[in-house]
Design a protein around this ligand. Structure first.
Ligand code: SF4
Ligand code: SF4
Length: 173
């Protein structure tokens, strides 16, 4: 004994699919006639917000080789090397100073997840966000930016926002 289809004949077989196909095609053609709603990069470029996290810039002269950023990075993608040097005393009769000199400061943007922890933890204002984002590469190894390249990004770091009037007065006390 074969089971019978309880639906009316008009809703059985290929005939019932035709209205669905037609309405689906109508949606397709309507959408085709609309213009593109997304930005057609690289033919069109939008300006990112000034505080966008595009790339990290290094102000080398502020870096004391304290390693705090490298130790805080959850991806372990900051590589720092340095050495100690003796410098003359600041004042006559003083003791010679020992300073840390930065030899290597690399960030591997193939690993970085742009969390911003390194920028936040740096106690010496050596790291800054730049909104620059056009640094994709064909070879992944080239996403390792050395201190020279990280220094170049400093030119793209926007000026800091002015302090609120109350904050300025409080800071001078
Ligand atoms: S943004 Fe985050 S993941 Fe990238 S280098 Fe800094 S701490 Fe590491
Ligand atoms: S935390 Fe700042 S000062 Fe310390 S190593 Fe990193 S960039 Fe240099």
């Amino acid at each position: 004994m074969t089971a019978t289809d309880p639906r009316p004949p008009a809703r059985r077989g290929p005939a019932r699919k035709i209205p669905g196909v037609v309405s689906g095609l109508a949606v397709t053609f309507r959408t085709m006639l609309q213009g593109a709603v997304t930005v057609q990069y690289p033919h069109e470029r939008e300006d990112p917000p000034p505080r966008a996290r595009g790339v990290i810039a290094l102000k080398e002269e502020n870096c004391t080789v304290c390693m705090l950023c490298a130790r805080s990075c959850p991806d372990w993608c900051i590589y720092i090397e340095g050495h100690k040097e003796q410098r003359p005393p600041r004042r006559e009769g003083g003791r010679p100073r020992t300073v840390s000199v930065l030899d290597r400061f690399d960030i591997d943007y193939a690993l970085c997840m742009y969390c911003g922890i390194c920028v936040e933890v740096c106690p010496f204002d050596a790291l800054f966000w730049s909104p620059e984002y056009e640094y994709s590469e064909f070879r992944i190894a080239r996403l390792l930016h050395d201190k020279e390249q990280l220094g170049v990004w400093m030119a793209t770091v926007p000026e800091p926002e002015p302090l609120e009037p109350g904050a300025e007065v409080k800071g001078r006390k």
